[in-house]
Design a protein. Structure first.
Length: 223
């Protein structure tokens, strides 16, 4: 489990690059363990959506296309809408209090423009929502989807001015759950996820525009 967590950290921080082939022997030596735990960690990471095994080629860090990311966002929006409806009917006062506390910490991180702290709290908030829904199968599916989107999401969250927007959306979600309004809570979560997808596309488009701008301004070579 410790080896799995360390490899997961290395993947999500970019220390192990997207698409990189993972060398079992080299990683075992680097982590100071035998090859067995690394092999077991590869299997667990494949189940969690972070790596994939190619027969006769090896294990690679997964690379999610934008088309696949779109599909994942759509599935997540549907699942989260159900979670919002469910929690508006079943959440306890203690659970609502805990969600509000997470949002307050997110607000504090927003004020400090601490992206790393905000990102951790964001993951905790959504994981807690699904956990409170009380469906173990849904929680397992959800966590895999989140793993597959993490690299996309960090790029999206880094956009200027996005943290206050996200924080307001999270506060609104909790308010609608606390108000016991299933339709409104479900819609708030659905719109939040689809808004994340829109911001992901906007971020990618901005990056592409910047790249094209550099090309346009490159001095023309002499003929």
């Amino acid at each position: 489990m410790l080896v799995q967590k360390e490899l997961e950290r290395m993947i999500l921080t970019g220390e192990l690059a997207i698409g990189a082939k993972l060398n079992e022997v080299a990683l075992a030596e680097r982590l100071g363990v035998s090859r067995g735990p690394v092999r077991e960690a590869f299997r667990a990471l494949e189940e969690s959506g972070l790596v994939h095994l190619e027969k006769n080629r090896g294990v690679f860090v997964r690379q999610i296309s934008v088309e696949e990311a779109d599909e994942i966002y759509e599935v997540r929006a549907t699942l989260d809408e159900w979670v919002g409806r469910r929690l508006a009917q079943t959440a306890t006062a203690g659970q609502v209090k805990e969600l509000k506390a997470i949002v307050e910490r997110m607000d504090h991180a927003t004020g400090k423009n601490d992206l790393d702290a905000w990102h951790v709290l964001n993951l905790e908030f959504h994981d807690r929502l699904v956990e409170y829904a009380g469906n173990a199968k849904l929680l397992a599916v959800y966590r895999r989807l989140v793993n597959e989107l993490k690299l996309f999401r960090r790029q999206t969250l880094a956009q200027r001015g996005s943290l206050p927007v996200f924080t307001r959306e999270h506060r609104d979600i909790v308010a609608k759950i606390a108000a016991r309004n299933p339709a409104a809570a479900g819609k708030a979560l659905h719109d939040h996820v689809m808004g994340s997808r829109t911001r992901m596309h906007r971020s990618r488009a901005a990056g592409g525009s910047a790249a094209r701008h550099v090309v346009v301004n490159t001095p023309r070579q002499s003929r």
